[in-house]
Design a binder for this molecule. Sequence first.
Ligand SMILES: *Cc1c(COP(=O)(O)O)cnc(C)c1O
Length: 447
Amino acid sequence: MAILNDKFEILPDEFDPTVTNEMAIDRNVHTTSLTVTEPEVNEEFTGDKEAYMASVLARYQKTLVERTKYHLGYPFNLDFDYGALGQLQQFSINNYGDPFIESNYGVHSRPFEVGVLDWFARLWEIERNDYWGYITNGGTEGNLHGILVGREIFTDGVLYASCESHYSVFKAARMYRMVCEKVNTLISGEIDCVDLRQKLLANKDKPAILNVNIGTTVKGAVDDLDFVIKTLHECGFSNDRFYIHCDGALFGLMMPFIKHAPKVTFNKPIGSVSVSGHKFVGCPMPCGVQITRMEHIKVLSNNIEYQASRDATIMGNRNGHAPLFLWYTLSKKGYKGFQKEVQDCQINAHYLKDRLREAGISAMLNEISSTVVFERPKDEEFVRRWQLACEGAIAHVVVMPNVTIEKLNNFLKDLVEHRSVWYADGSQPPCIVTSVGTHNCICPAHK
Ligand SMILES: *Cc1c(COP(=O)(O)O)cnc(C)c1O
């Protein structure tokens, strides 16, 4: 260790600020906090504090490298190099207010932001003059915005979302005090339109606001947008009586590059689409993109004299660095680059699913997805090491561009080795038939 000074709390070598060992919902756990200490009066002479801080950061970096190596469960592409943007860190870049209206604050990145938005507008097929959008802080803000737009258009609308929707959708419902109908899902994780029909018919007198999942968080399932629209029409909801927000946090940016996949496009009667920027694209900070129709935004915006702008975003001050990162990656990779990466993800996801099955492990992979669902590993330590996201008896790996065959092989080897120990006593691996169906569950009862 660089410095050992009893003035400071020394971190153990295995210190990992990302892990809390205790699970506590009802109180804050401080066991892993890094104390902020006041500078010493004579600090300028000794330089001790500076050296201490440098050592903390160096060790933190080491931890990040290690944790990046063993990450599989979250849909984040950890493979990027934004070195070229390092020079911009010294600026307080802030895209205050509306992307399309200059404010008086000049240190902004609006031209990059609008460039990125135009790219997404092309991807989702809406004319430049017909759309409005902005770069958000992530998929959650996109959902909060999309559902708010729907709510502002239909103040008495009922929100419909499948029960496998991201929790931010239900957060929006609570924030806006909306009546929310949770719709059942099929085994695949996609919305059950038979149940949707029943619920729509039960609320026929109220306009409908729908959240449609373009890739659910846990199973990567894509709601059948065309069937949802057909169901709305059949239930007597004309296009001016519903609003559809498409939550494409992860998959909204993968699906357009898959041949024969269903299409998300503003040529269909949808109101908005959102995507996360730090998921498939990869970005050091959370961010996202929200696109809606210009006509809707008029409902939402008030003119705010103070900022000489239009107030149609959720946040006021907005991260001006994020558009630079997105612009950089979109420019570097382009449609072709993304297409290749999506293909690789799909190939590797199928590889993982097939190897799991061969090893006798229940696993499911939705046709066009790269999210592999399988039995939850028995040991929480194992789950933590590989940073797997778990829900009930299932876990998943989201195959992103940084997840190579080599990494998957390491994971598979580790899992198979551990499993032979976990079940050496003759105990059985969990049955996950209720989550993945009979043809995907190969537990002893369903082999
Ligand atoms: C991740 C995710 C979100 C939330 O996105 P953030 O960028 O984490 O805010 C919303 N919906 C789905 C389906 C997601 O997977």
